[in-house]
Design a protein around this ligand. Structure first.
Ligand code: CP
Length: 305
């Protein structure tokens, strides 16, 4: 099993480590009290907004008996605003904490950070790049919900160009067998060639299909994502918005055994009544967000113990 000292991209996981983390996440879910990281400090450094990632990491660290120091709007309220380089910031925080979790608006920033970090480092999203801990919790969710990963057909729907969760999950699925991925996106927000090339190299069958109605009845997982308005021109947003959604009209096309996932936050691409969101077993995204706490607890232990 490959021991990790930092996590910047989901390709770093091997299968053995993934299943070890899933098992530990299950154990941590059941355990009432745990102080395995007592005396350790986690720094969360977020240059972009977040609800789930930052708070679930902080919750994870506190549940493990550790402490948290945090800057939730580092773009404005850290010394970045005074012109400090990312490298200097990381060097300094390395001496305040035992692990750093960072979200940044620039793709490649996580790589820059690990070149100077003296402590374990976790990429919590770098621009349009990757979000490997989201992929970890997504895969953990798939495994918990369906009991397997090999052999599944997974539809990735929405903004596949800018959606870093789609990138990280695609790379992670490349480690499994007999997987089929169907990419469904607006014409101007297609999945990157480098990901398609990676999937081909790892024997993952994929196709691109712009007709969601053809895809919904055959997918085991529908992984739908938000159009990332903040990462594109107004023109691109106008071309893409409202093109794909899960709603009361097409929910019936989805198999009763399938699961609808979303990294959240969702806007109009999921348009279902609250009773359906709360009672239909196929709706997985709130359980998915909850799973993030346990998957991140397991990862923090792996990196810091
Ligand atoms: N899924 C996810 O990254 O959510 P946040 O942006 O709220 O952290």
């Amino acid at each position: 099993m490959g021991k990790l000292n930092y996590l910047i991209e989901s390709q770093q996981f091997d299968k053995e480590l993934l299943f070890t983390l899933f098992k530990r996440a299950d154990e941590l879910r059941e355990s009432k009290a745990n102080d395995s990281l007592k005396g350790k400090v986690l720094a969360t450094l977020f240059y972009e907004p977040s609800t789930r990632t930052r708070l679930s990491f902080e919750s994870a660290m506190l549940r493990l008996g550790g402490e948290v120091i945090s800057t939730e709007n580092a773009k404005e309220f850290s010394s970045a605003i005074k012109g400090e380089s990312l490298e200097d910031t990381i060097r300094v925080i390395s001496s305040y904490a035992n692990c750093i979790v960072m979200r940044h608006y620039e793709e490649g920033s996580a790589k820059k950070a690990i070149s100077v970090s003296k402590v374990p480092f976790i990429n919590a999203g770098d621009g349009k790049g990757q979000h490997p801990t989201q992929a970890l919790l997504d895969l953990y969710t798939i495994y918990r919900e369906l009991g397997k990963i090999d052999g599944l057909t997974i539809a990735m729907v929405g903004d596949l160009m800018n959606g870093r969760t789609v990138h990280s999950l695609s790379y992670l699925l490349g480690k499994f067998s007999n997987i089929k991925i169907i990419f469904v996106s607006p014409e101007n927000l297609k999945i990157k060639d480098e990901i398609k090339e990676y999937l081909t190299r790892h024997n993952v069958v994929y196709e691109e299909n712009s007709n969601l109605s053809e895809v919904l009845p055959i997918a085991d997982i529908i992984y739908i994502t938000r159009i990332q308005k903040e990462r594109m021109s107004e023109n691109d947003y106008e071309l893409a918005k409202g093109k794909y959604a899960i709603n009361s009209l097409n929910l019936g096309q989805i198999k009763l055994t399938s699961r609808i996932m979303h990294p959240l936050p969702h806007v109009e691409e999921i348009d279902l009544p609250i009773e359906v969101e709360e009672n239909d077993k196929r709706i997985t995204y709130f359980r998915q967000a909850e799973n993030g706490v346990f998957a991140r607890m397991a990862l923090l232990e792996h990196l810091m113990k």
